[in-house]
Write a protein that binds this ligand. Structure first.
Ligand code: GRG
Length: 286
């Protein structure tokens, strides 16, 4: 993954590109090559492997998804959004460069994601590529992650109820994780039933991921997380943990993990790694 991203973000312009400004590329590298768990590409690779999809294509789709994830972090850290100085234990992109460069680095990573999938090096049938582009656009756009971020900003002015928080989180964090798992089925050209199963698995993981994040915001520290903690309470932000308490959150995390693991039971031992990933998401420490 790292080698592929380094190659994609090289200074050398590709066919039909005019030039690659070095400062912009450096900012994109800063925001995408400096650490990170690479959870989303891992889920793409593993869900594709489970269903017999091409591993090289899965790696490229994983890289595309990671570019979108990194763009979202760069923009989320901007003063107009979450206003953070540290991400992945490093200065955020607007701190290491400047705000305008951080905006453009995010824009360019977002755009590269679709370049990576559409490029001839992603050796999948056109039909599968189109489905991937459509599913990723919907996961990242106004009806997915970006829309979730808009609802999150709105929530600072008017606290949503529990259903509102679940919707916001399913969009802001869940949509990309759901896509990560569904992408494996699209890459493999799987049946509707397999695709739906992986999509549901991704949905459970998405809910668990955000719930764990809300717990860690209270229980962890900046050194472990590589970013500021205690921000939700500081802003009086309505999270499911704030609403229902820590004991409820721990029980809900267990429920979601069991539901996710059970969804993959029909695949037997071949699904073990994805099932472990579901446990990791709920029990992660950063
Ligand atoms: C700006 C359009 C736009 C969207 C921002 C992703 C996001 C939406 C905001 C990030 C805020 C946040 C901390 C959300 C909690 C869940 C989350 C996405 C955490 C970071 O993901 P990890 O833990 O990060 O997978 P690494 O660094 O490991 O890749």
């Amino acid at each position: 993954m790292q080698a592929l991203l380094i190659d994609i973000l090289s200074d050398t312009p590709r066919t039909d590109e005019i030039a690659r400004p070095q400062n912009l590329l450096a900012a994109m590298r800063h925001g995408s090559l400096n650490g990170g768990k690479r959870l989303r590409p891992f889920l793409v690779a593993e869900s594709a492997r489970l269903l017999g999809g091409d591993p090289k294509a899965a790696l490229r789709v994983g890289a595309a998804l990671e570019c979108i994830h990194c763009y979202s972090l760069i923009h989320d850290d901007l003063p107009a959004m979450d206003d953070d100085d540290i991400r992945r234990g490093q200065p955020t992109v607007h701190k290491a460069f400047d705000e305008a460069t951080a905006i453009l680095a995010g824009d360019s990573l977002l755009t590269y994601a679709f370049d990576i999938i559409a490029a001839p090096e992603t050796t999948l049938p056109d039909r599968n590529k189109t489905e991937l582009v459509l599913a990723l656009a919907r996961a990242a756009g106004a009806g997915g992650m970006a829309g979730g971020q808009a609802l999150d900003l709105q929530a600072e002015r008017q606290a949503p109820d529990e259903a509102g928080i679940v919707t916001l989180q399913a969009m802001k964090t869940g949509a990309l994780l759901r896509f990560a798992c569904e992408a494996g089925a699209i890459i493999a050209g799987s049946s509707k039933q397999d695709r739906e199963r992986l999509r549901l698995f991704g949905q459970k993981i998405g809910l668990a991921f955000q719930l764990a994040d809300d717990v860690l915001d209270i229980t962890s520290d900046a050194a472990t997380m590589g970013k500021a903690t205690g921000k939700d309470a500081g802003r009086g932000k309505g999270t499911l943990v704030a609403l229902n308490g820590m004991e409820w959150a721990e029980k809900r995390l267990e429920e979601l993990t069991t539901e996710a693991v059970d969804l993959l039971a029909p695949y037997g031992a071949a699904a073990q790694t994805l099932q472990q990933a579901a446990r990791f998401v709920a029990n992660r420490q950063n």
